[in-house]
Ligand binder design. Structure first.
Ligand SMILES: *Cc1c(COP(=O)(O)O)cnc(C)c1O
Length: 373
């Protein structure tokens, strides 16, 4: 990093702390739950926003050898950091990614009959994975196409895989159907390893584990199963700086649109975070139509006490109502937690009308990032 970019960083009004020790502990937990299957890791989208350059090598140190990324570009970036790992490319292969896949020894996950034909024609005996769609209608060959692929001439895949549509809802009937379709397909691929479970899938039971599991969100502290107390350790703490503490009178309004009218004389902490940092506008304290689940909007926290967002979140700034805190508890320069130990990731996501995955992957570029062991 140049001295200048370091300066720019220390002036940031948003700070991100990624606990790599917690990440490692979460991976070990998922590894143990995976039983006899190897446990991989989804590190796509910059390791769910946490920073793949730090997260992936830490997971490799724990013993992870199978990494899933979205495209060949992400794989090329990770290869030097993971010299011995298998790196699978979820979006498969197409003309323009082929050279990168070969150059960095990546394993494409073949997602359609076209991709399968392309690979068999061009890649010789290089390893590939075959994705079968068992009920999501996203990527993957149909089970019938997969059987035809197995019976046709040409190299067989190194890994057969599929993906759950509803693994975070254990009682959803689609889970049982997908488990059944996938298991029924395995005999068409004798001696070939198989992988089905993402984070939620691992909790569904041993009949999802096969040879390799692929947790993502659970590693980063997200809740893998809806409505069950989250057993994962929090990994990400996001904070923002208080820039100004201002006093305002009952009857006055706050932020754009004057959408929030104060019902009492108030103290307002104006903080240096906004929707440009991924602190979504839909978490505004008032004035946005998207959110019905949590009508009052998002919360931050100061010294372990939650404080509500007040008025609309703006591009670079957000106002928090700190009237209930002692006068000397909040001053300019203090850090206010946006998500972390006091504001759980799931709560922050729900308040913005979204999910933990989107919260993490939206964390903006302005964050001054710190990694703890
Ligand atoms: C993202 C992804 C995963 C990881 O899913 P989580 O729900 O985050 O555990 C696993 N498999 C595939 C195909 C994925 O796209």
């Amino acid at each position: 990093m140049s001295p200048l970019s370091h300066l720019a960083n220390s002036a940031a009004t948003v700070r991100l702390t990624v606990d790599l020790g917690a990440l490692a502990a979460n991976w070990r937990y998922m590894r143990d739950l995976s039983g006899t299957a190897r446990c991989g890791a989804a590190v796509k989208a910059n390791a769910y926003g946490t920073g793949a350059d730090h997260a992936a090598p830490r997971l490799a140190r724990e013993g992870c050898r199978d990494f899933f990324i979205a495209d060949a570009h992400e794989g090329a970036r990770l290869r030097p950091l993971l010299p011995d790992a298998r790196i699978y490319v979820l979006n498969g292969v197409f003309d323009d990614s082929f050279a990168q896949i070969l150059a960095h020894d990546l394993i494409p996950i073949i997602n359609s009959p076209d991709q399968a034909a392309f690979w068999r024609e061009n890649a010789g005996t290089r390893p590939y994975a075959l994705h079968v769609d068992t009920g999501m209608n996203r990527l993957g060959l149909t089970p019938e196409q997969a059987v035809a692929h197995a019976e046709a001439r040409g190299p067989q895949p190194a890994l057969l895989m599929s993906h759950f549509a509803c693994a975070d809802e254990p009682d959803h009937p689609l889970n049982a159907r997908q488990i059944e379709v996938f298991s029924a397909l395995r005999p068409a691929f004798p001696g070939i390893e198989a992988s089905l479970a993402n984070s939620g899938g691992i909790f569904l039971g041993a009949n999802t584990h096969h040879d390799l599991t692929r947790p993502g969100i659970a590693l980063y502290g997200g809740e893998p199963v809806s409505g069950v107390a989250n057993r994962m350790r929090p990994v990400v703490t996001a904070e923002t700086r208080v820039l100004v503490v201002r006093h305002a009178k009952a009857g006055e309004s706050v932020s754009y649109g004057g959408a929030h009218t104060l019902t009492r004389d108030s103290r307002i902490a104006v903080c240096g975070v906004g929707y440009a940092d991924g602190f979504h506008r839909s978490g505004s304290g008032a004035g946005v139509p998207l959110r019905s689940a949590v009508p009052q909007g998002a919360f931050g926290a100061i010294n372990g006490v939650q404080v509500p967002v007040i008025g609309k979140v703006t591009m670079d700034l957000t106002m928090f109502d700190v009237t209930d805190l002692p006068e000397d508890a909040v001053k300019p320069g203090d850090w206010l937690e946006l998500l972390g130990a006091t504001v759980p990731l799931e709560q922050a996501a729900e308040a913005a009308g979204t999910i933990s995955y989107e919260m993490l992957t939206s964390l903006g570029r302005r964050y001054d990032r710190h990694y703890t062991a």
